[in-house]
Design a binder for this molecule. Structure first.
Ligand code: ADP
Ligand code: GLC
Length: 484
């Protein structure tokens, strides 16, 4: 019998995506399948998800799920089983999954994702005939209440279900006013320091972390970093108290979607052996962004425009980057202040700095294919995927030494260059001087004959597929369920 796991996430490619969580949740079923694990994904019924399920089979109807009518319906995520919580009053809305079209978090997010967690707990507890699960795996705060409901208010008569809670980002905790507690449908015993209470309010992620059999996060370095205040964001004590029940498993990438040898979004496919062909993508990208063509390095940035990603510091270094002959193509969306700073920089340096505000999956591929280097100056980064795509595309990552960036890029220091192991450039401290110095270093290495190509080829040869991490999750599931 295969191991049956319910993976609970608020986004998964190709149905709904705001960031890396979607890439990971979408790839996990395929990563686990070779290990005898059937992963069923549970998603909220956002409009793009419902649109992909025209004739879905109804598994269960709720008359009153935290006050709402809702259904659980079955579908497919690629070749893998999918269940969707269809609750139009909660999820059929304009805007992003979490915020209104103006970018403000929905005021009833607590109810939307508590209902989602309640439904996940019901499923994991065996409420739907013919759907049995050996383990539940919840991702981030939006799914975390599933584990609290399983712990404090499980389906009557159900056996305990082992659980994994994965933190993709400690900065988002789903923290709400204590006044919502009586409306969650939890017993009074759930209110407490080892339950759902967090600094006087209700903490969804916190509740999940307290209840989980094992906590994972998406890189070994971030698993260590969140033990300390700066990265733990108030939950560092809890993390420390869970000891070796906190593990780091680095994300993989979907090598079908992200391979320069077969990418259908790019002008010219290439491999490490035909690297010279990458040049055609650089020319195409310069044209697409209206940059002046040139042989000097073309930096790219593909990101949410936030403080986490160090984008305020990037704004400050634009003049330096352009002044020393660098060029930059940036794609992103987010904070208005950062957007304004970037647009002003582009206006000061036409032909050298070009910015596209928005979200564009195809363009993100063309940028990895056409760029010489991808800049990732994050203040913290649980894993990071864009540097992994950069490695695969010979778009050398220039990254801050933190979290998954520290774990996945080998810095071009003298020793690593000598033994031919380096894949990119790392720097310490996300501030003006450090970032300028690293851009200078990248420019210098770029102009050393053979050095840049070595970085590119090493990165392209490295294995960031899901093979190793899929095996690590499978081993964890087997450890927790006792099933071989
Ligand atoms: P995070 O999840 O913190 O945003 P990751 O690096 O893990 O960071 O994942 C970001 C994902 O979102 C990557 O797949 C990246 O290519 C994609 N992405 C980010 N911003 C954009 C954008 N503006 N357009 C297209 N893709 C984007
Ligand atoms: C989060 C993190 C990012 C990580 C992604 C997928 O959004 O910010 O570092 O790669 O989740 O795990």
């Amino acid at each position: 019998m295969p191991l049956s796991v319910l993976s609970v996430a608020s986004e998964a490619v190709p149905l709904v995506k705001t960031g890396g969580l979607a890439d990971v949740a979408g790839a996990l079923p395929g990563a686990l399948a070779p290990h005898g694990v059937v992963l069923t994904t549970l998603l909220p019924g956002f409009p793009s998800v419902m649109a992909a399920l025209p004739r879905a089979k109804v598994l269960h109807t709720y008359e009153d799920l935290l006050g709402e009518r809702a259904r659980l319906v079955a579908g497919k995520l690629g070749d893998h089983p999918l269940i969707v919580l269809d609750a139009p009053t909660l999820f059929t809305r304009e805007g992003s999954p979490y915020a209104d079209p103006g970018g403000k978090d929905w005021a009833d997010n607590w109810r939307r994702f508590a209902a989602f967690g309640r439904a996940a707990a019901d499923l994991a507890g065996g409420m739907v005939k013919g759907r049995k699960f050996d383990l539940i795996h919840a991702h981030d705060w939006q799914a975390a209440m599933a584990l609290a409901y399983l712990r404090f208010a499980p389906v009557a008569g159900s056996a305990p279900v082992p659980s994994v809670m994965t933190i993709h980002n400690m900065a988002f905790q789903g923290y709400f006013d204590a006044a919502i507690f009586p409306r969650l449908g939890l017993p009074r015993s759930a209110w407490g320091i080892d339950g759902v209470e967090s600094y006087g309010g209700v903490g969804f992620l916190k509740a999940g972390l307290e209840a989980a059999s094992v906590i994972t996060t998406v890189s070994p370095t971030y698993a260590r970093e969140i033990r300390e205040g700066e990265f733990g964001m108030g939950l560092e004590g809890l993390i420390r108290s869970r000891g070796d029940r906190v593990r780091g498993i680095v994300n993989g990438i979907d090598t079908h979607e992200w391979s320069p040898a077969s990418d259908t979004h790019i002008a010219q496919t290439y491999t490490a052996r035909t690297l010279a062909k990458k040049q055609a993508n650089k020319r195409a990208l310069e044209a697409e962004f209206g940059l002046e063509p040139g042989d000097g390095p073309l930096f790219v940035v593909i990101t949410r425009l936030t403080w986490q990603k160090g984008m305020d510091v990037l704004v400050e270094v634009l003049d330096h980057l352009a002044g020393i002959g660098g060029r930059l193509a940036l794609l992103g969306s987010g904070d208005q202040g950062i957007v304004n700073g970037l647009l002003a920089g582009a206006a000061r340096h036409p032909g050298r700095i070009a910015v596209k505000i928005g979200y564009d999956e195809g363009l993100s591929h063309r940028m990895q294919a056409g760029g010489d280097a991808i800049l990732v100056p994050s203040r913290f980064e649980p894993c990071g995927l864009t540097q992994l795509y950069g490695l695969a595309y010979g778009c050398v990552p220039v990254v801050a030494r933190t979290g998954g960036l520290a774990d996945t890029v080998i810095d071009a220091n003298l020793a690593a260059m000598k033994v031919g192991a380096a894949t990119g450039i790392q720097f310490n401290g996300v501030h003006y001087n450090a970032l300028c110095a690293e851009i200078d270093r990248a420019m210098a290495i770029y102009h050393q004959p053979g050095a840049w190509e070595l970085l590119q080829k090493n990165g392209m040869k490295a294995d960031f597929s899901w093979a190793a991490s899929g095996a690590a999750y499978a081993a964890l599931y087997k450890e927790l369920t006792g099933k071989a």
